[in-house]
Design a protein around this ligand. Structure first.
Ligand code: DMJ
Length: 729
C-alpha cells in the first residue's frame, strides 16, 4: 500500500479539488515569490557585477548573503539546469530558493557534492561532447540574471500589487511567462513529477521487473522469461530529467544484474527498437551530459547502457535480413531470425519498418559501426523506390518483396511515424541529408492536397484517411495517434527554433507561415478531442461530421472558431463523433507531445494551459486510488471504468512531455536534439565526423509524380513508370 498521497486522493476530497487548491496556493505564493526572487536576482546580479569589477557607482546596497538551502536534490537541480531551477519552497512555505543560488550553479563548480552516479565517462569522443545548450549556461545565466534584475527594477515582476501584467500571454517566451499570469509553472511541473513518482512506486511495489503492470489488480506480466525491461528501460531518461536518483539507481541495478536479451523470444522489431533501444541510447546520451549521471570509471558495468544497446541492436538487425532489406515485423532475440507478421498477409506495418532509423543511426555514430546506418537507411530507399504518389504511403509493406500491400493511407496507426522520422532524420544529422527534407515536404504537400478536410458545422481542420487509396473516398477519422502531427509540422517549419528566431532566417517564407497555421489548426482539433468528452480525456479515435461533398483544404481554407467554447452545448462539439468501440483512453502522449512543441515553438502560453487542463483530467480520472495510474474504458463515463493497465509510454512519453511542457525552455532545446517516437531524446550530430553519409538517391519523378527510371538495356532511353494515380475528390 502506498503511503504517499500528494494529490490527496485518499482524504475524501477529489483529486481535482486538491489540485485546484494547490493551484490557488501556488498562484498566491507566486506574488511573494517573484518579489523575493527579483530581490535575490538583484543581489546575485550585484555580486556577479562586483566580482567582475563592474559594480562601482551603484547607488544602492544589498546584502551579500542570500538564503542557503542544503537539500541535495535541490542543489542538484539548481546547478544542473541553471536558469531552469524551480523555486524550492521550504517546508513552511517560506524561504524560496535563491535565484542567486540557482545561478551559482551556472557560475560556480556545480559538480561538488552532487549525488554521483556510479559510472565512468564513455570514451567515444563524440558522445562526451557537451551540447551547445550546456556550454551556453554561463552566458545565458549572466544574461538571464541581468534581465531578471532589470524586470524587477522596472516593477514588471510585482504581481502582488494587483496590477495587470505588462505583456500579453501570447507574446511570452521563456521563464517569465508563467509569472506574468501568476501561474507557477514550476509548481505544476512538480505535480507531474509527483504523478511519475506515484506511478513508479506502485510499479516498484507490485510489478517490479515485469513488462506489463496492472495497477488495480497489482499484478505484472513478463513478455519474456524474466522480462525485457519494458517499463524500466523506457522510463530511464524521464527519471534522469526529473532527477529521481534513488529510482534510477534501482532501475540501473536491475538492468545490470537482471536484464539479458539472450532469450528465445519473438519481439516486435519496431516496439523493441523505439522503446528499449531508444531508451538505452537516450539514457546513455543523458548520462554523458548531466553531471549527476556522468559515469565514473572503474565499475565492471561502466558502459552499461551502451553495451546493452549494442547487444540489443545486433539482435534486432537480424530482422532486416529479408530479401528486400525491409525488416520483418518480429525477430527472435536468440535464434536471430526475422519473423513475418502473423496477420496482414505477412506484411510489416509501414510505420514500423520506417521508424527505426534515428536509433540505428545514432548507434552507428557512437560506435563507428556503419552497418547500423546502412541497414536502417536501406529501408527508406526501398520504400521510396515504390514511387508512392505525393509522398503518401500505404500502411503495409511486404518484407520479402519490398512492395506495398493494399493502398490504405493514413497518418494514424501503421502510418504515423514514417512521416515523423523523415523530418527528424534531416534534423538528426544536422541538415546534412536534404533527401529527407525533400521527402517530408512532398509528404506534407500530399497531406494538404489529399487528406485535409473540414468538419461541420465548425470548420475544424481534420486530417482524414483514404482507406481505398488516393482515388478512393475520404474517411473523416483521426486516431489519437495522428495528434503527433501538429508538433511535427511546427518542428519542420522552424527546425526547432521558436518562430521569432526562425523568422529571421533566409529559409523562412510563406510556406513556413502556412505550415505553422496548419499546425495551429490541427492542434486545436486534437485539443477538441479532449474538450469534447465528459472526463476531458480524448478517446482513442474520433470521427468527424464533414460536408458533402467534402470541403478539402485544396479547395479553400475554411475559418473555424478561435477558441473552443467550454459550454456543454457548444456548437463545435457536434463536429466530433465518438463511436462506442473507440471510447477508451490509453494515456497516450501524442497531444501533449504536440502541445510541448507548439509551446516551445510559438511561445503561446495557451498551449501550456491546455496541457495543464489535460494533466488535471489524467490525475482526476486515471489515478488508481491506492497507487499508480491506469488507462480507462470510457472517456464519457463519470467515473470511468479502469482498464487496469499502465502502458510504458505513460512514464516514457506522456509524463515526460507534461514535465517538459511546464518546465523551462532551455532543457533539451529542440534545435539541438531529436526525440524519437517514444520521446527518447538523442543528440543531433554531424555524420561527417564519423564518415557517415547518405548512401542513396531518390529516383527522379516527372511532373505528375511518376518515377522516371532509366532502362538498363540502352542506358539512355527513359521510361516513365506510372505509380499510384491521383486523387478523385
Ligand atoms: C508509442 O509507443 C509511440 O509514440 C509510437 O510512435 C506510437 N504509439 C505509442 C504511444 O501512443
Amino acid at each position: 500500500m502506498n503511503t504517499r498521497d500528494p494529490f490527496n486522493l485518499r482524504s475524501g476530497s477529489t483529486a481535482f479539488s486538491i489540485l485546484q487548491q494547490s493551484t490557488t496556493r501556488a498562484a498566491s505564493s507566486a506574488a511573494s515569490y517573484t518579489r523575493q526572487a527579483g530581490q535575490q536576482a538583484l543581489e546575485a546580479g550585484k555580486q556577479a557585477l562586483e566580482d567582475a569589477g563592474l559594480a562601482d557607482g551603484m547607488s544602492f546596497a544589498v546584502p551579500r548573503n542570500v538564503p542557503t538551502f542544503n537539500d541535495p536534490q535541490r542543489r542538484y537541480e539548481d546547478s544542473v539546469w541553471g536558469s531552469s531551477g524551480r523555486s524550492r519552497y521550504a517546508e513552511n512555505g517560506h524561504g524560496h530558493s535563491g535565484v542567486a543560488e540557482k545561478i551559482g550553479g551556472i557560475f560556480g563548480d556545480s559538480r561538488k557534492g552532487l549525488p554521483m552516479y556510479k559510472d565512468k565517462p564513455y570514451n567515444y569522443g563524440a558522445s562526451i561532447r557537451r551540447p551547445r545548450w550546456f556550454k551556453r549556461k554561463r552566458v545565458m545565466g549572466s544574461l538571464l540574471l541581468l534581465a531578471f534584475g532589470c524586470f524587477y527594477w522596472l516593477g514588471w515582476l510585482s504581481p502582488g500589487d494587483g496590477q495587470k501584467p505588462k505583456s500579453k500571454a501570447g507574446s511570452t517566451w521563456g521563464i517569465f511567462s508563467g509569472q506574468e499570469k501568476n501561474v507557477d509553472w514550476e509548481e505544476r511541473r512538480e505535480q507531474v513529477k509527483d504523478a511519475f513518482k506515484l506511478s513508479w512506486e506502485a510499479y516498484e511495489q507490485h510489478g517490479w521487473g515485469y513488462d506489463e503492470f496492472h495497477p488495480v489488480s497489482k499484478k505484472g506480466r513478463y513478455m519474456a522469461t524474466n522480462g525485457l525491461g519494458w517499463i524500466i528501460v523506457d522510463a530511464l531518461d524521464t527519471m534522469m530529467l526529473m532527477n529521481l536518483t534513488k529510482e534510477l539507481n534501482h532501475a540501473r541495478e536491475w538492468i545490470s544484474t537482471s536484464l539479458s536479451y539472450e532469450k528465445d523470444q519473438d519481439v516486435n522489431t519496431f516496439e523493441t527498437t523505439i522503446r528499449m533501444l531508444g531508451g538505452l541510447l537516450s539514457a546513455h546520451y543523458l548520462s554523458q551530459i548531466l553531471p549527476a549521471f556522468e559515469p565514473i570509471g572503474g565499475s565492471p558495468d561502466e558502459d552499461l547502457y551502451l553495451e546493452k544497446a549494442s547487444d540489443l541492436a545486433d539482435r534486432l538487425l537480424t530482422a532486416y535480413d529479408s530479401p528486400s532489406g525491409v525488416p520483418y515485423a518480429s525477430v527472435n532475440l536468440k535464434t536471430l531470425k526475422g519473423i513475418p507478421s502473423h496477420a496482414d498477409g505477412g506484411a510489416s506495418s509501414t510505420a514500423e519498418a520506417t521508424s527505426l532509423q534515428l536509433e540505428m543511426k545514432y548507434l552507428a555514430f557512437l560506435t563507428g559501426e556503419t552497418h547500423y546506418w546502412e541497414k536502417a537507411e536501406k529501408v527508406i530507399e526501398v520504400v521510396d523506390n515504390n514511387g508512392a504518389k505525393d509522398g503518401l504511403l500505404p500502411i503495409f509493406i511486404y518484407a520479402d518483396s519490398g512492395t506495398f500491400r493494399g493502398n490504405e493511407i493514413r497518418l494514424g496507426s501503421r502510418g504515423d511515424s514514417y512521416y515523423e522520422y523523415l523530418i527528424k532524420q534531416y534534423h538528426q544529422t544536422s541538415k546534412q541529408e536534404p533527401i529527407y527534407l525533400d521527402m517530408w515536404k512532398e509528404a506534407l504537400a500530399g497531406v494538404r492536397k489529399h487528406l485535409i478536410t473540414y468538419s461541420k458545422p465548425s470548420n475544424l481542420t481534420v486530417l482524414a484517411e483514404r482507406p481505398s487509396g488516393l482515388d478512393g473516398h475520404i474517411h473523416p477519422k483521426m486516431d489519437h495517434l495522428v495528434c503527433f502531427i501538429p508538433g511535427t509540422i511546427a518542428l519542420g517549419a522552424t527546425g526547432g527554433l521558436n518562430t521569432s528566431e526562425a523568422k529571421k532566417l533566409s529559409t523562412w517564407g510563406a510556406q513556413q507561415e502556412e505550415d505553422m497555421e496548419l499546425a495551429r489548426q490541427l492542434m486545436k482539433t486534437c485539443w477538441g478531442m479532449y474538450k469534447a468528452t465528459a472526463t476531458g480525456l480524448a478517446p482513442e479515435i474520433a470521427h468527424f461530421n464533414i460536408y458533402d461533398p467534402p470541403q478539402m483544404m485544396r479547395h479553400g481554407i475554411l475559418k473555424s472558431p478561435e477558441t473552443l467554447d467550454p459550454a456543454d452545448d457548444a456548437d463545435w462539439k457536434q463536429d466530433y463523433v465518438i463511436k462506442p468501440a473507440d471510447t477508451h483512453n490509453l494515456q497516450r502522449p501524442e497531444t501533449v507531445e504536440s502541445l510541448f512543441y507548439m509551446w516551445r515553438i510559438t511561445g503561446d502560453e495557451m498551449y501550456r494551459e491546455w496541457g495543464w487542463e489535460m494533466f488535471q483530467s489524467f490525475v482526476k480520472y486515471t489515478m488508481v486510488e491506492d497507487g499508480g495510474f491506469s488507462s480507462i474504458g470510457n472517456v464519457n463515463d463519470i467515473p470511468p471504468s479502469s482498464r487496469d493497465n499502465m502502458e510504458s509510454f505513460w512514464l516514457a512519453e506522456t509524463l515526460k512531455y507534461f514535465y517538459l511542457l511546464f518546465g523551462p525552455n532551455d532543457v533539451l532545446p529542440l534545435d539541438e536534439i531529436v526525440l524519437n517516437t517514444e520521446a527518447h531524446p538523442l543528440p543531433r550530430f554531424d555524420p561527417n565526423r564519423k564518415r557517415l553519409s547518405t548512401g542513396w538517391k531518390r529516383i527522379p519523378r516527372d511532373a505528375n509524380g511518376n518515377l522516371i527510371r532509366e532502362e538498363k538495356e540502352t542506358g539512355t532511353h527513359k521510361t516513365t513508370i506510372t505509380t499510384t494515380k491521383g486523387s478523385a475528390v
